[in-house]
Design a protein around this ligand. Sequence first.
Ligand code: GTP
Ligand code: MG
Length: 485
Amino acid sequence: MSKIKDYIEDTIVAISTPIGIGGIGIVRLSGVDAIKIAEKLFVPRNKKKDIKKIPTFTVTLGEIVEDGIVFDEVLMTIMRAPKSYTCEDVVEFSCHGGVVILRTIVKLCIKHGARLAEPGEFTKRAFLNGRIDLSQAESVAQLINAKTVLQSQFATKSLLGITKKWVEKIVTKLKQIIADIEVVIDYPEEEKNINEKHIKTETVKILNLLNEVLENSEKLFPLLEGLNVAIVGKPNVGKSSLLNILLSYERAIISDIPGTTRDTISETVNINNISVRIVDTAGIRTHSQDVIEKVGMQKTEQAIKESQVILFVIDSKLGLSKEDYQVVELINIASKKEPKKVIVLVNKIDLEPNFDLSKIKVLNEKFNNYTDVVGALRISCKTKEGIKEVEKMITSIYEMDNNLTNNFFQKEIQPNFLLTNLRHLDSVRKAKEELENAIKINLEIEPELFCQNLTSATKDLLKITGGEFVEDILNIIFSKFCVGK
Ligand SMILES: Nc1nc2c(ncn2[C@@H]2O[C@H](COP(=O)(O)OP(=O)(O)OP(=O)(O)O)[C@@H](O)[C@H]2O)c(=O)[nH]1
Ligand SMILES: [Mg+2]
């Protein structure tokens, strides 16, 4: 611990807002010298104000001045220890949001004794100083990186301590059982018997709690992670046009020249609360001799392999051709490794308003058993006809795959508590194994072994909150943060 203590004796500084141009940008200082450093840089507009005496959580207008040069007009917020984000003295300068000005103010802070913060170091200090546990610290990163409303909601719950409380509840129960057995082991002269039935029942109850959370989390985890969707088809059918519509902005180049898209383009978008990664691919024409086009084709194949859902785009004006069957072939090959759901989209329906979907029924016979054609839709990327239906079909596949009902997104049927962090899931799985082994033990014969298993389970669970922490784990966790958080 001494290493950690030394480590938090210095004062850190970083730009806490994204690097770029914005209305405001925030420079954050934290540590024992934060206020002393602020005094050297900041001149309050009201010259009579003494920075040392400014009350906590108040905002003061002033300027950043060095050697008589005014660098910016800023608002300074002081949050005094221990009631601050890091539990240390924190000073935040809300500056004008320009890269040069923010970097200059950071440099001035460093000149006056601060050190540039490492990624996640403010949150790490909040953890090391005991304000939050490790699960809460990790949920800060999850919240910042959330791509869907649902992801952010679960991250917020964890940030507010739901994971911490769940772990504490289970650990208390485990410790109670361990204590009950140890009393008998330590004081055999009292001739108390171990109530094996009671202890096993209580252990099974805990095991059930772990199983319930694991089951819910494993079922819903993919939902939070999102879905991979590939748009495939022969050249010029409107794949890139579809990508742009689903993203609501002009991401890919569109042209009437076949072979416009040569590389794969992927973007993540929120469709009905599900995080969907959409990959636009190069139009498939397997006979091409062009080297770049051949590489593009390999990338298309790869994109199909990595997706659960394929949007197979066809041109209504041209109808089915040899090239469409080549697309089917490629999907079939990829499906053997992992089954695919295919939605056939007949595009450019504005040009062929009477297109009858029964015309493409023949496709069904061409797909192999691993490929599930879930539906066919008539769409137009020009008039946007049918696009809402495409989105609905993607969502419904997802909900069916995950045994979810349409009501999932209504709060009342969401499980109250989920583990949305792989590290936490792993710890619970390990704890579960320990308990499963424990209940097989004959308590009369091997009470110590039973206690050992329960103690290991406790340690596994405490790794979630950092009650049992290893510095390596800390370094891995916080290195994934952005600087300034
Ligand atoms: N009329 C009409 N034209 C469309 C529609 N969708 C796409 N187009 C046109 O079709 C042409 C090809 O569109 P893209 O989106 O570039 O097609 P692509 O499948 O990505 O083509 P490649 O990248 O070459 O494989 C462009 O001129 C589009 O404007 C549609 O629904 N109706
Ligand atoms: Mg394209």
